[in-house]
Every structure is written in structure tokens, then in C-alpha cells.
Design a binder for this molecule. Structure first.
Ligand code: GLA
Length: 381
């Protein structure tokens, strides 16, 4: 991938630039909790966006996508592009501008190996790669957490998804073989070593591309906010679902629309599952960890209702299969991948069995990605 980027860059711009990369992420547990100020447990992965960039001493930004064979030239004037991928980049430049950083013109070629729409946050990786590179190249000295917020706001304002901070945060702060237990309220985080001896992380792709912007993502967020408003009538000190216990939720149950109640209950219980999962992880108890993953999936499927047939099928199959410690849908939902923690001994047999069952049910084979927890955004050359 890097060679292809290098040679196209030279062909287009007759010079050499600097290379940067930023990864996608997995999330082990803690889904749809980030925008509710709760906890998440992501890790950066060994699938990345790579870009080569150089200043062009002009007022425009010229960006070429190797994978799509498309290019855009834009200025810092807030106009959206017809190429949806370009809006993430325009978004980053504009969000920096809003914060008082004038981004000098640049030429850039980028590519990547993060499947798009697979729930591994290829868009956050794109935002993080550009935010990191622009910051480094221009010596802006913006802290990583602020870069993550810039990426998140690019997503809100230029892609129309009111996402939380998890994906960009993981892409920027990731470390090899460490998961990030992030408190999305304070943005304090703990790095938890992840050495699942005897297990592998496997993503199984349903091949249903999730489209968060047009999906129910923003609706879920609104339902949670609706819940908070009602609870605030009894408990004015509450700022988000993070401050709400199950007892408090029950007290307001009769005033809550039933869907808002279900969504809030899920979020409160998911935060509790994450806490138990982290304790299990610290004791290397992968069976106990996996149990919380299955619990998370049940909540996402039945209470939060962001799963789909294929995701449920894959998790149900995994649940009955010996050697699978845990499995759940991952990311925003409505398609994308399941994340599975599988014993290395059963790994091959499981893949054969699940492929056969999935194909029988849906007429096609799923895709598989074996992922490792890796470093976050960085300069690579
Ligand atoms: C998407 C969003 C994240 C998070 C997850 C669900 O990946 O970008 O902020 O809300 O969905 O946990």
C-alpha cells in the first residue's frame, strides 16, 4: 500500500512528502455508551489509513484517493464535496480553522486497508490521519485528545453523524497490545494490557454495510437525551446517563416513553458490564470477559435494537460453539462485523462451521479479519 501511495504521489506532484498513518479500531465492550458520557474499551488495530503529504504553498488542498481513483481540490471555505470521503478531510481542515488554526495548502495521496462500512471506523481513521498529519507538519502542537475532538466534530458537521469520541480517541491514542478503558466524561483513560493467551480476536463481517448517517444512530442518541430530560425533573443534578442508576431510572419509568426507557436501561447496564469485563480482563479470566460480551450483544439486539439478522445469527452460532469465549456485534450496528474471542485450538474448526452455517442461511460467505491491537496515529516515514 505504501509503495503504491509513494509512486502515485511522485507521479502527481513530482516530489516526495512525509508519510503518516492512523488505524481503525475494535471495541471489546461498551457500545453506544460514549455519547452518554459512559465507558468504552476500544483498541487501535493493525489496519490503517496511510497518507503522504507535503505543503504546496498555495491556498488549496489537493487530495487523491488511491483506492477510489478519485481526487478533489478544495479551499477552506466550508463547501462540501460531492465525494463523500472528501468531506471528512474538509471537515478536519474546517474544524481546525474554527479553533483558530489556519491550515496552509497541501498536496496529499492516501489509501488504506480498513474495510469501509465494516464497523472498524475507517472514517475516524481518515479524520485522525489528517488531523495528526496536519498538526505535526505545521507544528500546531494540538494535544491528541483535542485532535480526536476535531475528528469527532468533522463527523458531526460534515458527515451528519452525531458520534461519540471513542473511534477518533482510539485511533489517536492506541498502543500496541493495550486496550483503552476510556471514561468518556473526563476523557481520562487507563491502558489495560491485552495478551489473550490461548485466544484470538476474529472479526466476522456480515457484508451488510452499515450507513450510520441514514441509520438510526442519531435517533438512539435523541432517545437517550429524551430519557435524561425526564429523569432531570426528579434529579436536576443529572447531566447524562452516566449519572443515572437503575433505581433512578425505575423512579421515572412511568413518565418515560417505553423506547426511551429501554434505551436508557441498556446504557446503564452496559456500563456495569464493562466494569465487570475489565475486572475479568485484569485477572486474565477470558471466559468471564466473554460472558459480558454476550450480555452486551443481547442488550444491543433486544433493548437498544441496533443489531440485524445476520449479526444475531453469527452471535447465536458463536454462543453454542465450544471454544468461543465471547462474541457481540461491534460499533454502531445495523451491519458491519461481530467481534469474537475464540480459543486458538477451536479457531479453524469454528471458521469452517460458521461459514457453512452462514452460507446456508444467507446464500453467501461472510468475510473474516484477524486483528491485532496495535499503535495509534504516527509518522511513518
Ligand atoms: C460509532 C460511533 C462511536 C460509538 C459507536 C457505538 O462507531 O462513531 O462514537 O458511538 O458507534 O458504540
Amino acid at each position: 500500500m505504501t509503495d503504491e501511495i509513494r509512486s502515485l504521489f511522485y507521479e502527481k506532484f513530482a516530489t516526495k512528502g512525509v508519510l503518516y498513518s492512523a488505524p481503525g479500531r475494535v471495541n471489546l465492550i461498551g457500545e453506544h455508551t460514549d455519547y452518554n458520557n459512559g465507558f468504552v474499551l476500544p483498541g487501535a488495530i493493525n489496519k490503517t489509513i496511510v497518507l503522504e503529504i507535503t505543503p504546496n504553498y498555495n491556498e488549496h488542498y489537493h487530495v487523491v484517493s488511491v483506492d477510489l481513483s478519485q481526487e478533489v481540490i478544495f479551499e477552506a471555505d466550508d463547501k462540501k464535496s460531492e465525494q463523500s470521503w472528501a468531506n471528512y478531510i474538509i471537515g478536519v481542515v474546517m474544524e481546525m480553522k474554527k479553533r483558530g488554526y489556519t491550515v496552509p495548502g497541501f498536496n496529499c495521496v492516501f489509501g488504506g486497508n480498513i474495510p469501509r462500512g465494516g464497523g472498524m471506523s475507517s472514517s475516524a481513521a481518515l479524520e485522525s490521519a489528517f488531523a495528526f498529519a496536519i498538526n505535526d507538519m505545521n507544528h500546531f502542537n494540538i494535544p491528541k485528545t483535542e485532535l480526536a475532538k476535531i475528528g469527532q466534530m468533522a463527523e458531526h458537521n460534515y458527515a451528519g453523524v452525531r458520534c461519540g469520541i471513542m473511534d477518533q480517541f482510539a485511533s489517536l491514542h492506541g498502543e500496541k497490545e493495550k486496550l483503552i478503558r476510556l471514561d468518556c466524561r473526563s476523557l481520562d483513560y487507563e491502558l489495560i494490557p491485552f495478551h489473550p493467551t490461548g485466544y484470538k480476536l476474529l472479526l466476522i463481517d456480515t457484508r451488510v454495510k452499515h450507513a450510520l448517517a441514514s441509520s438510526e444512530y442519531n435517533v438512539r442518541r435523541n432517545q437517550c437525551e429524551e430519557g435524561v430530560h425526564v429523569i432531570q425533573k426528579k434529579h436536576p443534578e443529572v447531566e447524562s446517563l452516566r449519572d443515572v442508576t437503575e433505581v433512578m431510572l425505575q423512579e421515572s419509568k412511568e413518565n418515560l416513553p417505553s423506547l426511551a426507557y429501554q434505551r436508557c436501561l441498556y446504557v446503564i447496564q452496559e456500563n456495569a458490564r464493562l466494569m465487570r469485563a475489565c475486572d475479568a480482563l485484569k485477572q486474565n479470566n477470558f471466559l468471564a470477559f466473554g460472558k459480558e460480551m454476550f450480555g452486551s450483544h443481547d442488550g444491543l439486539s433486544k433493548q437498544y435494537e441496533v443489531s440485524c439478522d445476520r449479526l444475531d445469527f453469527l452471535v447465536d452460532f458463536a454462543r453454542t460453539y465450544p471454544g468461543v469465549a465471547g462474541a457481540r456485534m461491534m460499533g454502531g450496528g445495523f451491519g458491519g462485523c461481530t467481534i469474537n474471542l475464540i480459543s486458538t485450538k477451536e479457531y479453524q474448526a469454528f471458521m469452517i462451521a460458521v461459514t457453512e452455517a452462514f452460507e446456508k442461511q444467507f446464500g453467501k460467505k461472510p468475510f473474516y479479519y484477524e486483528v491485532a491491537i496495535d499503535e495509534g496515529a504516527r509518522k511513518i516515514g
